[in-house]
Design a protein around this ligand. Sequence first.
Ligand SMILES: Cc1cc2nc3c(=O)[nH]c(=O)nc-3n(C[C@H](O)[C@H](O)[C@H](O)COP(=O)(O)OP(=O)(O)OC[C@H]3O[C@@H](n4cnc5c(N)ncnc54)[C@H](O)[C@@H]3O)c2cc1C
Length: 445
Amino acid sequence: MANKIIVAGGGHGGIAAAAVLAANGFDVTVYEKNKREDMGYDWTDIFAPQALDRIGLPMPPENKFEYKKNMTFYGPSANTPLRQDVPEDDLEIKMERKDIYAMLIANAESNGVHFEYECEVLAPIMSGNRVIGIHTSTGDHFAPMVIDACGVDSPVRRRLPAACGIEKGAGTLGKFIVYRAFFDKVGEIENDPYRVYFFPAGRLGIGWVATEEDTTDMLIGCFDNLSEDDIEDVSQYLRAANPQMGEKVLRGGQIVKIPVRQPLAVMVADGYAAIGDSAFMTVPVIGSGIANALKAARMLADTIIEDEDRVYTCETLWKYQKRYFKALGSSLAPLACVKLLLTKLTSEQLDYLIDNGVLTADDLTIGANSTGLSDFLSMSPASLPDRIKGLVKRPDILKKLLVCGKTLARVMTLTAAMPAYWDRRKVFAWAANYCRCFRAYCAEK
Ligand SMILES: Cc1cc2nc3c(=O)[nH]c(=O)nc-3n(C[C@H](O)[C@H](O)[C@H](O)COP(=O)(O)OP(=O)(O)OC[C@H]3O[C@@H](n4cnc5c(N)ncnc54)[C@H](O)[C@@H]3O)c2cc1C
């Protein structure tokens, strides 16, 4: 029984951790609500291949991936396109989501992981404040350790008792509602086949149009609900600038959610650890979460393996959270402030920043190794005079940047001060400060 591990939901990080644990002699079962053939969306994803190495997987076969192409960013007025130029040795790879799953599941099965498909996880089973198993649509299952890989709306995380001190939802401006569809391609375009749009005022959030050989991949996202009318309206708006995008949906075509916020303040409880989207591990500005989930899998598996008493208390599991924040979380949390700043800028202000060289293509050049603020904001001395000149003319924008900067400094100080060891009182006080900091900035006008 001490070697038994439950993975609730077949998230990427959960399956990857399951494989490492099974390879180390643990008896691991993944409980997934979908059928095997329905795992993963019918579309492609971009991620850093270095993450595969962390969980002991080789690069996929060459016919299963291609390197990501540079993207061009358009501000609300679309006056000044910003073209990325990612160095060749820092390129992410693009793969079919179903192939990513095929690779992770085959690896897990070959290491002895059991999968129970068509099994919906309903809630954790508690003994006091300790998680001892899961209630599922096929019955109750028990284990001394439950890994929560159920994604952004995980019913396990949501139904933990308040005494565990774990946030239930993603909170205000914490998740993006996204529609993605691959339309037929009805024409050719000459330049910039991969376009990202910051929509003007009165329209929803952001979007992209990526023109492939035979299809046009469109994604639109915002913080509010997306109605069919919204989708139609934004699709037509994008089609006006992208006449190559047809009207026939060939793939995808569903509404989904992506967490775009700071990592979960407390990721562990006795007998419990959250991973991937359940722990809000995505890069907040862009919503990429696959590589981070895979890297976290290694950290979680190592922490569990090192717990020789096999009791999996907060004391031992806290090491996982510390490892995650040290490697990734403390760089990702400040990016959540940048995302909030983007929600506070008006369309005119964003255009001003782009048109006047304050925000440059270098700032948007996101490579496979980009995990923190310094990777996104290029502070090359050559561009500094233009940035400063642009900003001093706009005290309204400067004021917003200063408030963001103050919050950033506070977040960085806080993540550096995360308790080194689990002490319930200290951890909860730290988590309350961390959450308060983002809540206060969200509420700031
Ligand atoms: C449109 C879109 C595009 C994206 N593009 C990228 C990209 O290009 N690159 C990138 O790195 N990331 C991308 N992401 C984010 C990425 O999908 C996630 O960050 C990543 O998959 C990690 O999430 P996860 O595996 O933990 O959770 P999920 O992908 O949500 O997986 C959760 C799993 O748990 C299962 N599950 C959920 N609830 C239950 C339940 N109650 N019982 C049993 N099983 C359950 C689900 O069926 C699913 O299999 C994108 C997301 C979306 C929505």
